[in-house]
Design a protein around this ligand. Sequence first.
Ligand code: NAD
Ligand code: WQD
Length: 341
Amino acid sequence: MKEMVLVSGGAGYIGSHTAVELINAGYDVVVADNLSNSDMSGVEGVRKITGVDVPFVNVDCCDKEAFRRVFEQYKFNSVIHFAAFKAVGESVTDPMKYYRNNLTSFMNVVDLMREFGRQNIVFSSSATVYGEADHLPVTEQTPRKPATSAYGNTKQMCEDILRDSVTAYDGLKGIALRYFNPIGAHPSALIGELPRGVPQNLVPFITQTAAGVRECLSVFGDDYPTPDGSCLRDYIDVVDLAKAHVVAITRMVEGRNKEAYEIFNVGTGNGTSVLELVHSFERVNGLKLNYKIAPRRPGDVVAIWADTTLANKELGWKAERSLDDTLRSAWAWEKHVRGIK
Ligand code: NAD
Ligand code: WQD
């Protein structure tokens, strides 16, 4: 019998790509999502790409009784927990919204896994836990900095909840994946990122500007202490990121994890500047982007990229898709969404 994985938040950007890769790797998948930041197009895209009629449950993971019924109905032994709010700025102005959703949903998952004796969990963490690191690239041993947003704080708190839970509760195993900057879309252009309102992240803003939805991209700062003055980030292709979840789950399913709780950076190991990214996007897609230099955005770290040695060695995982291909896929997805030929 195939192993089944519950993908909470699986209608969203990273979850939908992960569902595809899980199915490609031979897993059965059930998606649970309340569509608070997504719609059914993600699940439909997964079904179209894989040819599998993936079960979908519309459920709020914060509603424990309703969520319990998903555990009663499906016999998955592993969970990948994506369900969370992720807008950093909003989390500063409405922190309780973030604490309530991100912590409650995660604690419910852990509680229900214990109650039903389910074993393996992958948690979506973030490079945001490192803040402005003293040394680059960051390894998993790099100390976390105090969070500067409620969002970042929920990631740190959930990491700690997971660590304490797997230490205390026999049989529970967990992996926190610290994503760097996920970008791009599936090569089919059937699934991708669907930001609501004005995009906060760079690549969706770029693609919407190229599509004429936004007039002009603001590059937030060109006077940072970096080679071209703009910030450096580690942009990780979403399909590569999805595959990291598959190897993390498989590691636990096969009992190859070295500790009950493990942490892995998921990035490329390269720092790319905002201006480099903009120019690469223009080059690979053969278009000119309307952009201007704007003031720095408060809260931005100057530079961060991953040391991925641990994931390379322990998970046997490495980012494969080139930045050029990823930027092509981002534009192909935006064109699909806008109906541009
Ligand atoms: P997303 O918003 O596209 O996906 C999250 C999904 O979770 C959405 O479909 C949303 O409807 C669902 N959801 C939210 N709260 C829920 C709840 N209480 N019950 C059920 N479903 C709920 O976001 P994403 O970019 O795919 O991010 C997935 C995860 O990865 C999040 O935990 C996010 O914090 C984390 N992460 C994202 C990034 C990034 O830049 N995209 C970087 C690091 C970490
Ligand atoms: C990247 C670079 C901006 C928009 C955020 C979260 C982080 C993680 C990933 C969840 C920065 C610049 C951006 C624009 C710009 N998410 N930029 N013009 O801030 O690195 O990370 O998403 O865990 O927690 O903080 O990503 O895409 O917003 O910005 O110049 O319109 O692009 O200043 O240097 P960030 P981003």
